[in-house]
Design a protein around this ligand. Structure first.
Ligand code: HEM
Length: 404
């Protein structure tokens, strides 16, 4: 057993039992961050804050929400929105955060792709990040079911139908997922459980993994510079703070992070109070009706690009293309064969690949919202093919990249 002495303070008492000084040093004051990074590196912290907003607002909504097909719609649209003091505020915070979190995730992901932050020892950061993306997608989808409006019901119907595997007709699997032939009480209850318990727990665990994965390779920097963190940390601790290429996570980097978070929160609460409409679909203000299919069924904006990869093809090919789009980003660290961890603008063909991918995803998103008719369906078809071809080409265009 360890040797304990009479504690001289509460901190000393805790220190002897939990080594809080060591934890503070490893996670905060001697967790070294490069100086040459820009505001895009604050997106991780913006995501943490947005997740916290989702948790807190979700807990308040949970106090009045009723997971019952007869009362769910009214508990949201009448009880929470009208009867409960400030219920509307918690709902707007929750809805806006659920939408904005995807915008920030996409910015964070594409920052990683642009700067090559998924390479050379950072693969686990990338993979855990992609698992977070999947978990957030499942969280958003299950949450969308809960108000039990028309879009909840029909989006639930369409998405669960995908599991029938087209001509495989795995209808038994679809019924097993729904717990019924159509979305009904069993469906609502299980998606409620997933939304408020299982997926949030998984997200918390994955955030822990994501942070743990950052600790050894450290964060990348905007110049693609290979920093010797031990040497630079020694310099810093010896007093040469200006000459060292690194700074402490707390409080140096965190104070910069907090400035970006502050600006973000102004934008966020502007949306919550004055422009929340974009986060709520008008069709979902009608209660679910299994006998009345809405004219257009489409997902929220953040799923439109992958929906548009599914839509232009026949059912079976569409499902394969859709499955491809879901998993391919995870494989990026292994598909990119180049030895360079530098910004895309210094990587020749990869720079073109990056910008075409980004613009094409925006085009797919726009087409996914429009009805699949005439010119729109042709543009959607070409964009979906381009998306697949780009990924297939990636190993070849990066294989011959010269070391910079
Ligand atoms: C939604 C939950 C997420 C949270 C809370 C989160 C948080 C963070 C934080 C705090 C950092 C360090 C600072 C920074 O670079 O911003 C970071 C880095 C990173 N994250 Fe995430 N992240 C999330 C999702 C993702 C996703 C979806 C991806 C994409 C696959 C991803 C990929 C990365 C990468 C590659 C880095 C390293 C950046 C570098 O080394 O420069 N993260 N994340």
């Amino acid at each position: 057993m360890a040797h304990f002495t009479k504690a001289t303070s509460i901190k000393d008492w805790l220190n002897q039992r939990l080594a809080i000084d060591t934890v503070e040093r490893v996670m905060m004051s001697e967790y070294w961050i490069p100086k040459n990074i820009n505001f895009l590196w604050a997106m991780g912290m913006v995501l943490v804050i947005t997740f916290a907003l989702l948790l807190v607002s979700g807990i308040f909504l949970l106090m009045y929400y009723q997971p019952n097909v007869d009362t769910a719609f009214y508990s949201v649209n009448y009880t929470i929105m009208r009867d409960v003091d400030f219920g509307w505020l918690w709902r707007h915070v929750h809805g806006v955060a659920a939408s904005v979190v995807f915008l920030i995730i996409y910015i964070h992901m594409f920052t990683g792709i642009y700067y090559g932050s998924y390479k050379k020892g950072r693969e686990m950061i990338w993979v855990s990040g992609m698992l977070l993306f999947v978990a957030f997608s499942a969280e958003a989808f299950s949450g969308y079911m809960l108000p039990w409006g028309q879009m909840s019901y029909w989006a639930g119907m369409v998405i669960t139908n995908l599991f029938s595997g087209g001509s495989l007709h795995a209808d038994g699997l679809v019924e097993w997922i729904r717990g019924d032939y159509v979305p009904a009480q069993a469906f609502l209850t299980r998606f409620f459980m997933l939304h408020v318990l299982l997926i949030p727990l998984a997200i918390l665990g994955l955030i822990g993994l994501h942070f743990g994965a950052l600790r050894i390779p450290h964060v990348n920097n905007q110049d693609g510079e290979e920093i010797d963190f031990d040497k630079e940390a020694k310099k810093y601790l010896a007093g040469d703070k200006a000459g060292s290429k690194v700074m402490r996570f707390a409080n140096d980097f965190m104070s910069k992070d907090m400035m970006v978070v502050g600006i973000y929160l102004v934008f966020f609460f502007y949306l919550v109070f004055w422009n929340y409409g974009f986060a709520m679909d008008a069709v979902n203000f009608d209660p679910a009706d299994g006998l009345k299919t809405p004219a257009h069924i489409y997902p929220e904006w953040y799923f439109l690009w992958s929906y548009e990869i599914l839509r232009p093809f026949s059912v079976d090919i569409g499902l394969v293309a859709f499955a491809f789009a879901q998993v391919i980003f995870v494989l990026l660290p292994w598909l990119d064969r180049s030895p360079n961890t530098v910004p895309a603008n210094r990587r020749g063909l990869f720079a073109i690949w990056f910008w075409v991918m980004l613009v094409n995803l925006i085009v797919l998103t726009a087409m996914g919202k429009l009805p699949p008719e005439g010119m729109f369906s042709q543009i959607g078809f070409v964009s979906a093919i381009l998306f697949i071809v780009q990924w297939l080409m990636l190993p070849f265009i990066t294989m011959f990249e010269k070391k910079v």
